[in-house]
Design a protein. Structure first.
Length: 291
């Protein structure tokens, strides 16, 4: 599911901003961007997010802006290298100008906080707290979206059940249709020759049994009830829904393969089965958005 959350925390050393963004993904795929000075915290931040997200592509971004009064040290070797590179380039290309100190100080790593174990512990604690708070907001966002998606899936599931009911009604009259269809075919083949009524009845019954879709319709209705129960339950349902919808799609394909030989009834049955299959496919598309 998609989601977005941002948390700002102000501490004595400056402002921490933790941002989480998620989009659909089959598994859990996390990408983390943090200041170089916080590299040691990345594993813990990932752990916080992993504890609340099981599925999705999640972008984690943490920034830290130190206050003007925060103690910092100048990276002299880096500044010397910057000034030397500037002068070398100016001499090489015959350009005039002086290095811009403001630009130099904005280079990542040019200014670093003075090492203070207590301060760094406070910053680390604030970063993890910000990540945890952002996770709560992200999941609230995702839960609202998930509720709307689940409601749409339930409505489509009800549509499938309605189509199954109509197919069951048609199936009730399929036996007579098979008998009539078979009799017409045999009449054409035998060109008026006598037909054994008992044999005709046997063949019609055999054909009807091979083309009966009662079991498929029962399983479709059962799967639809299971789907609704999953959506009403707790915990991760995305992967379980995917398997269940594969089964529903298989049943609808079987119905389609058995609806030939019924004339107009068969055409109607095919249309209904195709409509059910379309609804199942749409439900499956939406299931990819659920965790």
């Amino acid at each position: 599911m998609t989601g977005f959350a941002r948390v700002r925390k102000n501490i004595g050393q400056g402002e921490i901003v933790a941002t989480l963004k998620s989009v659909n993904h089959r598994g859990l795929d996390m990408h983390c961007r943090m200041p170089a000075e916080m590299d040691a915290l990345e594993h813990e931040v990932r752990g916080v997010v992993k504890g609340g997200v099981a599925r999705g592509h999640v972008e984690i971004q943490v920034s830290f802006t130190r206050t003007a009064g925060a103690a910092a040290t100048l990276n002299r070797p880096l500044l010397d290298a910057y000034i030397q590179a500037f002068r070398d380039a100016a001499g090489l290309y015959g350009l005039s100008g002086q290095p811009d100190l403001n630009s130099a100080l904005s280079i990542p790593g040019m200014l670093s906080a003075a090492s203070d174990e207590e301060v760094e512990k406070e910053v680390a604690k604030a970063v993890l707290e910000a990540a945890a708070e952002a996770l709560v907001l992200l999941n609230a966002f995702r839960e609202r979206e998930g509720t709307a998606i689940a409601q749409e899936m339930r409505q489509r599931c009800q549509t499938v059940c309605g189509l199954v009911s109509r197919m069951e009604e048609i199936r009730a009259g399929a036996g007579a249709a098979f008998h009539k269809r078979l009799k017409e075919k045999l009449a054409d083949l035998l060109a008026g020759a006598a037909m054994d009524p008992q044999r005709l009845a046997q063949e019609a019954a055999l054909l009807a049994d091979r083309s009966d879709i009662a079991e498929e319709l029962v399983r479709l209705r059962t799967h639809a009830a299971q789907l609704d129960a999953m959506l009403s339950g707790d915990g991760e349902v995305g992967k379980r829904l995917d398997f269940l919808l594969q089964e529903m799609n298989r049943e609808s394909n079987t119905v389609l393969s058995k609806t030939g030989g019924l004339g107009d009834l068969g055409l109607t049955m095919t249309e209904l089965a195709l409509a059910a299959k379309s609804e199942i496919d749409k439900i499956r598309e939406q299931s990819l958005n659920l965790e």
